[in-house]
Design a protein around this ligand. Structure first.
Ligand code: FAD
Ligand code: EPU
Length: 295
């Protein structure tokens, strides 16, 4: 680990292996900027950059990436769930600001305990709030845009606040351009009995029982037209296909898992096998760093 100096705004800058920041456990080094406020973020955005959330949708090259990698930290990874008195009603709560760097799983558990309903369908998604909002992560039991009131977005041109109605969002898509950083959000939730929220969380979680438990970035392809991409890959007979130390999971064919020591090249090769064998066009859900054109 090398601590780099030279940030005017006081951001911590280190050269780090990105593998440790991804759920796949693959990826070489990059210059990581840990930004705690808007001034630090603005400085980080002065040069080409990428934004790293929970690293749960990323396949990062073994050579790493040349751009700065921005990670939200400090106050941008903290939450204020106090109801805003001016905006909340007896049935509905608008919270204070929740940082884009807050881990989603802990937030979902906390909302359940507080009896705040709306986001429990996203249980089990190992993202950060900013990454989950950027992708509109979700399951068939709910998605991030079910519980958003305001989204704060930073770009090199400045910071602005938008509401879901301002964006063209949909399945796995927030409509927020790549590189625009979701710094904070305010949540809009319904008051409910904690037991009721827990029951809905358990129900959504149950749908994951067939998903593999190994190192993975989740589903490789988006579901085309609502059809399960996993089912299509399965029907193409590809479950259990292995390249190097990466494997198409026998439990669910849309998951690629790292058996230990997999490389990004192994994963790319499996993605190419899937594209060659499944005839229905499918859009990649994984994000490849650096970007890689079609094979
Ligand atoms: P990262 O993987 O770090 O980044 C993904 C993209 O988001 C990148 O383009 C990155 O630049 C951008 N990004 C990250 N943070 C920000 C930010 N603050 N502002 C702007 N852009 C940002 N997804 C689902 O939708 N549903 C599921 O059920 C689901 N289950 C999963 C289960 C497992 C076991 C795993 C490993 C993954 C699963 N995923 C699922 C995929 C993944 O969790 C989602 O795609 C999630 O939205 C990625 O968020 P992240 O914070 O990890 O982002
Ligand atoms: N199926 C197969 N073979 C497989 C996989 C699935 O036949 O290998 C069948 C199942 O038997 C079931 C149907 O396909 O009948 C749907 O499967 P599943 O319930 O697993 O849902 P999915 O559509 O494959 C989606 C999301 C998951 C999310 C689950 C649960 C996408 C791309 N995937 O999977 O999200 O967790 O629903 O809601 O939308 C992710 O996006 O990374 C992700 C994991």
């Amino acid at each position: 680990m090398t601590v780099l100096t030279g940030s005017r705004s006081g951001a911590r800058v280190e050269r780090l292996p990105l593998a440790r920041y991804t759920t796949l456990g693959v990826g070489g080094e990059a210059e990581v900027w840990f930004v705690e406020n808007h001034a630090q973020l603005a400085e980080a955005m002065e040069q080409p950059y990428r934004v790293l959330g929970g690293g749960s949708n990323l396949v990062i090259a073994d050579e790493g990436v040349p751009e700065r990698v921005i990670r939200l930290a400090g106050p941008l990874a903290e939450r204020d769930l106090e109801p805003d008195a001016a905006l909340s009603t007896p049935d509905e709560v608008v919270t204070g600001w929740v940082g884009g760097g807050v881990p989603l799983p802990g937030l979902i558990r906390q909302l359940q305990r507080l009896g705040l309903s709306g986001l429990e369908g996203t249980v089990g998604i190992p993202a950060q709030v900013g990454g989950a909002v950027w992708m509109n992560a979700g399951t068939r039991y709910g998605e991030m845009f079910d519980g958003l009131h305001t989204i704060e977005i930073a770009t090199p041109q400045g910071v602005r606040q938008v509401t879901p109605a301002d964006l063209h969002w949909g399945y796995r898509d927030s409509g927020i351009p790549r590189g625009h950083v979701v710094t904070r959000v305010r949540l809009k939730l319904r008051r409910a009995a904690p037991d009721e929220v827990l029951a809905r969380m358990d129900f959504a979680d149950h749908a994951r029982r067939g998903q593999p438990k190994m190192k993975t970035p989740g589903c490789a392809f988006k579901n085309p037209g609502g059809v399960s991409a996993g089912k299509l890959i399965d029907e193409a007979g590809l479950k259990g296909t292995r390249v190097g130390n990466a494997l198409i999971a026998p439990e669910h064919a849309n998951f690629i898992v790292n058996l230990g020591g997999a490389t990004a090249a192994d994963v790319h090769a499996l993605l190419d096998v899937i594209r060659a064998r499944v005839t229905v066009p499918m859009e990649l859900e994984y994000e490849l760093w650096p970007d890689r054109g079609p094979a």
